[in-house]
Design a protein around this ligand. Structure first.
Ligand SMILES: C[S@@+](CC[C@H](N)C(=O)[O-])C[C@H]1O[C@@H](n2cnc3c(N)ncnc32)[C@H](O)[C@@H]1O
Length: 264
């Protein structure tokens, strides 16, 4: 496991935007067969049963996130880009905390509400964009964002929003990918210039720490490899993931899977 520190900040570049409607379609297909989350559980059978991620999680990354959050009994966790809610509910439940989940996909939010209804976690979910959070200033103790913030075209505004809702001393933990070579033209635009350390520092976060781990890279690539090994029919969630795997695997080694922690 390695950590990186200060790097010069490249400007945020434009990249292909994935809309709420596209995510709605993805989640509608995922609801039909849970193909993605089942695959993630198959690649790492040690993940907590029922976690149901729609992100490239593995056990060691999940425990790293949980340890970095320092979430305590009775506190409020915000899950930014919560999707169908599985990992955020698990993190909040484990700490006996409350959860507020935000996502711009109405389909994901409906699924998250259903999931939460069966769990003893006080949770509310809202449909909103991460650049305009429907939460008051200094209203949450912790924030987590798992494989979501890379989709937001204006990352600086999203980071500013995350900081605005956190109480002083509150912590943000995000996961994503960073290029091994900044600006690497072989990478999709979304990842080519990612530098969360610079974005978070520019928006006033402190104690920013970026961690990577080869095991997290392996889990990410294994999920794609497992997807490609399974026969699928057209128009299923699995078929969609297979298309993504064919596009992404050839350049996956050019990315570092990262978790970034920052303090408000
Ligand atoms: C890869 S999924 C991760 C879901 C969830 N964090 C998990 O771990 O299962 C990314 C999520 O980010 C959401 N998202 C992307 N851009 C967003 C935006 N601008 N505002 C709100 N949600 C967004 C998507 O709808 C999707 O649910």
């Amino acid at each position: 496991m390695t950590t990186s520190s200060d790097r010069p900040e490249p400007a945020t570049r434009s990249h292909q935007v994935t809309s709420a409607q596209e995510f709605d379609r993805l989640f509608a297909r995922e609801q039909a067969d849970n193909a993605f989350s089942q695959l993630v559980h198959r690649v790492d059978p040690h993940l907590p049963p029922g976690l149901g991620p729609f992100s490239f999680l593995c056990t060691s990354l999940l425990h790293h996130i949980s340890a970095q959050l320092h979430l305590k009994d009775g506190q409020m966790l915000a899950d930014l880009g919560c999707g169908p809610g599985g990992p955020g509910l698990w993190l909040a439940g484990r700490a006996r905390a409350a959860l507020t989940g935000i996502d711009f996909s109405a389909v994901a939010i409906t699924a998250a509400r259903h999931r939460a209804a069966h769990l003893p976690v006080p949770a509310v979910f809202s449909v909103a964009d991460l650049v305009s959070l429907p939460l008051p200033d200094e209203s949450v103790d912790r924030a987590v964002s798992l494989d979501a913030l890379q989709y937001v075209p204006d990352r600086t505004t999203a980071a500013r929003e995350a900081r605005r809702i956190l109480r002083p001393g509150g912590r943000l933990v995000l996961t994503g990918w960073q290029p091994r070579i900044p600006g690497d033209e072989r990478l999709p635009g979304r990842h080519r210039h990612t530098d969360w350390h610079s974005v978070l520092r520019a928006t006033g976060f402190t104690e920013i720490c970026t961690v990577d781990d080869p095991a997290w890279d392996t889990a990410y690539q294994e999920i794609y490899r497992h997807a490609l090994a399974v026969p699928s029919e057209r128009e299923t969630a699995l078929a969609g993931l297979q298309g993504e795997a064919r596009r992404r695997l050839p350049t996956a080694h050019l990315l570092r899977r990262i978790a970034v922690t920052a303090v408000r």
